[in-house]
Design a protein around this ligand. Structure first.
Ligand code: GDP
Ligand code: GDP
Length: 435
């Protein structure tokens, strides 16, 4: 599970400019594959070989100016709770403002690493002006210019230095780990409560520290599984679950720790942008996914409603459409069992192994019948293939000219593989390698 770095600060200091600079490189690659660009406020990056998740808290501030301040304070508090390292960004152009002082007051009491980044330092005069930020009482600062990247390398060096050591993922058991994720109010806690019922017994609490995601083992409906990050419900009274930011922060952690994500959708709201973000986050992390359309009791239905709803969701999740969708009502305990059964099946699909001989028997005749198109008169010959020994299905196809194989052909092979084997709910990677 990668560490989380949160960028906090008042609006307009340059948080999202900085954030975009950090994640651009990698996100661009992902987007080229899926062909979709999305507005995001969190993403993965790496520096000096260390990978971490960055969250731009600013993206979640909504409303008019007068609610800004309270909102930002809350976000900073949540960032303090959830992040491993906090970058506090201020703006040399405007100097210290009252809001900066408020944030600094919150951050001074924190035991986690806080790095002060003075942004918009585009010239020497501004570098000299930056000394005023010593007055925030947070010690030394980094001067950066997010627009051109100057100074950001030193800042990232410092970030990586204070990140907690990378933990080895050591699992206690082979049980599937499920994370129940989705927007606030979708019915996640109700679903979990329905699952664990009265027998809320906790078998194991694998928790390193208080802020770690917590696995709790359950035995329900004849299935054994771990629920990831149920800490969210335990602390519900304490936190403001209505905060989109909070739920995203939680989701990031829970998703990274899970095998299968149960993405809960509120049927009365539909599969909207925020829940799509959570879906793609799971996909990008190569996790199994089941979509649970909850509150189905509230939807006026005829015989076609379910099919239509399903079709709409599938359009939104292209090209990763081979995902099970279960319509549930937690209130009426409708299809709760089916939801878990499906999640268990997705887990099985995710751990599916196809032997090298079986895979070659499947792919090679198919490729012979439908060979990749020649590129500028050069024939592309795929010689053999294998599944890689990774926790999620990844396949390598060895060929003479991998660079000329196109996304369309990769997709064709993926679809054929999905037709032949049940990989429902599981992202598949197919790589072409030189041989
Ligand atoms: P956020 O609200 O904190 O996310 O701030 P934005 O990233 O949206 O930036 C606010 C404004 O500051 C934008 O107009 C940016 O172009 C500008 N800005 C960001 N970084 C720099 C910088 O390094 N130098 C200068 N001069 N302007 C910057
Ligand atoms: P969470 O924020 O995702 O954990 O959502 P909650 O579990 O707190 O549920 C939000 C609200 O939706 C509560 O008032 C629940 O009673 C209600 N709710 C949850 N599931 C259902 C359902 O299947 N049908 C209906 N009608 N309401 C539901």
């Amino acid at each position: 599970m990668s560490a989380i770095v949160a960028v906090v600060g008042r609006p307009n200091v340059g948080k999202s400019t900085f954030f975009n600079r950090l994640i651009q490189r990698r996100e661009a690659i992902v987007d080229a594959v899926s062909g979709v660009t999305r507005d995001r406020h969190y993403g993965k990056t790496d520096w000096n070989g260390r990978e971490f998740t960055v969250i731009d808290t600013g993206g979640y501030v909504v409303g008019s100016d007068d609610v800004f301040e309270a909102e930002i304070d809350r976000q900073v508090e949540l960032a303090i709770d959830e992040a491993d390292v906090i970058i506090f960004m201020v703006d040399v152009e405007s100097g210290i403002t009252g809001m900066d002082e408020d944030v600094a007051n919150l951050l001074r009491r924190v035991s986690k690493p806080v790095l002060l980044a003075v942004n918009k330092v585009d010239n020497n005069k501004r570098a000299a002006d930056a000394v005023e930020f010593y007055n925030l009482g947070l010690g030394d600062y980094f001067t950066i210019a997010a627009t051109n990247g100057s100074g950001t390398g030193d800042l990232l060096d410092a970030v990586v230095e204070v990140l907690p050591p990378e933990k080895e993922e050591k699992e206690e058991d082979d049980l599937p780990r499920f994370a129940v994720v989705g927007r606030p109010n979708a019915g996640k806690s109700s679903f979990i409560n329905a699952l664990i019922g009265e027998e809320r017994y906790i078998v194991t609490d694998i928790a390193g520290t208080t802020r770690d995601a917590i696995d709790t083992k359950y035995n329900r409906f004849g299935f054994e599984f771990n629920l990831v990050d149920t800490a969210g419900i335990r602390r519900k009274s304490k936190v403001k679950e209505d905060l989109e930011f909070y739920s995203v922060m939680r989701s990031v952690r829970a998703i990274e720790h899970a095998d299968v994500c149960l993405v809960v959708v509120d049927a009365t709201r539909g599969f909207d942008g925020q829940v799509q973000n959570i879906f793609w986050l799971a996909e990008r992390n190569r996790k199994g996914v089941v979509i649970l359309v909850n509150k189905w009791d509230l939807v006026e239905k005829d015989t076609k409603t379910m099919k239509q709803f399903e079709k709409q969701i599938k359009q939104q999740i292209e090209p990763f459409t081979d995902v099970p969708i279960v319509f549930i009502s937690v209130l009426n305990k409708q299809r709760i069992f089916k939801a878990i059964e499906t999640a268990v099946q997705v887990y099985k699909n995710k751990t599916r192994r196809i032997s090298t001989s079986e895979l070659n028997d499947f792919f090679l005749p198919l490729i012979e019948a439908f060979p990749p198109p020649a590129y500028k008169g050069k024939y592309i010959k795929i010689k053999y293939c294998m599944q890689l020994p990774t926790p999620q299905p990844q396949f390598a196809l060895f060929c003479n000219l991998p660079q000329y194989l196109k996304e369309g052909y990769r997709r064709f092979l993926e679809n054929k593989l999905r037709e032949a084997y049940d990989f429902s709910g599981v992202p598949i990677s197919i790589y072409f390698r030189k041989k």
